[in-house]
Every structure is written in C-alpha cells, then in structure tokens.
Design a protein around this ligand. Structure first.
Ligand code: SF4
Length: 231
C-alpha cells in the first residue's frame, strides 16, 4: 500500500508484520536528485552510485516534506490501529535528513520534531552522518550508523561507544566484524528491537551491489584482492 510517500508493501516492511509492526518507509529522491539541495550530505561515491540506481524513480518531494510527512504519518497511524499493529516509521528510506532537528506543525501546535509530534510512534533510521550521534536523540527514535566506503574509523568509534552499525557484507553473513558481534539485519527492518553495540549485517541487494568495487560493500581482504584483479 502506498499513501503517497510511505511504502508499506516492500519485502522488509511485510516481514515486520510477522513481528507485530506495520513498517512504513518514507522514500524521496536521494542526494541531489530532487534538485533542491543535498538530502544526503554524508553520501559516499559508492553509496550514491548504488542508491540512485534503486531510488531514482522516487518522487522528489523535498520542499514541504515535513508537512506531507505529518499528514501521511497520521494516516499510517490509523491504518496500523485498524490492523491491530504497532507503527514503526522510517523517515529516511532513501535520504539522510536530520529529522530530529526539523520542527513540524501538527494540529496547529509546533513540535521540535516528528518524534515529539507523534510520541506513541516508533521511528527508526539509518544514517551516514556520524555527527548525529553526538547529541541525545528522542526516546522514540532509533538510529543505526550505516558504514560506507572510507568510513571504517567512524564505524569502529561508534561501535565502541555502544551504537549499532549496519554493514553490507559481500558473502555469507559473518558472526562478528572487528571483534564485534554481528546480527542478521535482513530478518526485518525494526532496528529499535536490536541489542545495542552490535553490527547489523546486511546482504547486498541487486546486481550492482553484488558487483560493487567502491568499497561500499565490505569484503574480506582476500576476496577484495581477487575482485580488484578481475576485469
Ligand atoms: S545510501 Fe543513504 S546516504 Fe547514500 S545516497 Fe542512498 S540514502 Fe543517501
């Protein structure tokens, strides 16, 4: 089901229902594709190359996104109630907007952010902006750092501070990465249910990700050497 900006019928969102959650994922044109600034300020070359392939067809609703989001979230909240499910909203399905700092109006009242406007809804996101972990987040907002090419140092620093880090791995899901336990991140997208301080291991999605040579997809050194040597 699409309610203009939320997708609730992609494979991961459907898996969430088995856990008692309606997972609504908010897609917009990533990076600078909408032509109104950059919605992914920390995007790497690798992630942009792969993400644009997946999301280049999404509507470029950047201006007024917060107004659309309030209305769409109210509708999603009602749908979840009708289905007897809890609602989990992922605002940055294909962007990296600092939502905790965007004020919204709901019912004529101004709130510091979407999380404050909808305190009974769980929000989750992935982000490549390590700086977002420097301040406390709203209690109903779970943020997972998304490791990308050239950012292993940030990933390790955030893991040691007790945050979670999502990593796309090339082969079989490892049991640990750099000594930190790895969990299966593809079982669902309900990241707020994950234990803290773990690696969230994801499989590459699509042919481009499987053939990635930018370093966005993490490979063991031996496999990396073979990949680089293969034309
Ligand atoms: S992977 Fe994330 S940061 Fe990179 S372009 Fe896509 S949404 Fe933006």
């Amino acid at each position: 089901m699409q309610n203009r900006i939320y997708s609730m019928d992609n494979p991961k969102a459907i898996k969430a229902q088995g856990f008692g959650w309606l997972n609504a994922i908010h897609y917009m044109a990533p990076a600078d594709l909408a032509g109104v600034g950059n919605l992914c300020p920390a995007a790497s070359e690798g992630c942009k190359a792969l993400c644009l392939g997946w999301h280049s067809g999404q509507a470029g609703m950047a201006k007024g996104a917060e107004l659309n989001s309030v209305r769409a979230t109210e509708l999603a909240e009602r749908k979840a109630a009708r289905m007897g499910l809890k609602l989990c909203v992922r605002l940055n399905g294909s962007t990296d907007i600092v939502w905790e700092r965007i004020r919204v109006m709901r019912g004529g009242v101004e709130y510091p952010n979407m999380m404050a406007a909808f305190p009974s809804i769980q929000f989750t996101d992935y982000t490549k902006l390590a700086s977002r972990f420097a301040r406390p987040l709203p209690a109903n907002y779970s943020l997972t750092y998304s490791r990308t090419d050239g950012r292993d140092v940030d990933a390790l620093r955030l893991l040691s501070a007790g945050h979670n880090v999502a990593i796309v791995f090339s082969g079989e899901r490892p049991r640990q990465w750099c000594g930190v336990a790895a969990i299966d991140g593809d079982a669902h997208d309900l990241r707020h249910l994950d234990p803290r301080g773990v690696v969230v291991a994801l499989a590459p999605k699509g042919r481009a990700a499987k053939r990635d040579r930018t370093g966005f997809v993490w490979r063991p050194l031996r496999e990396l050497a073979v990949a680089i040597a293969t034309p």
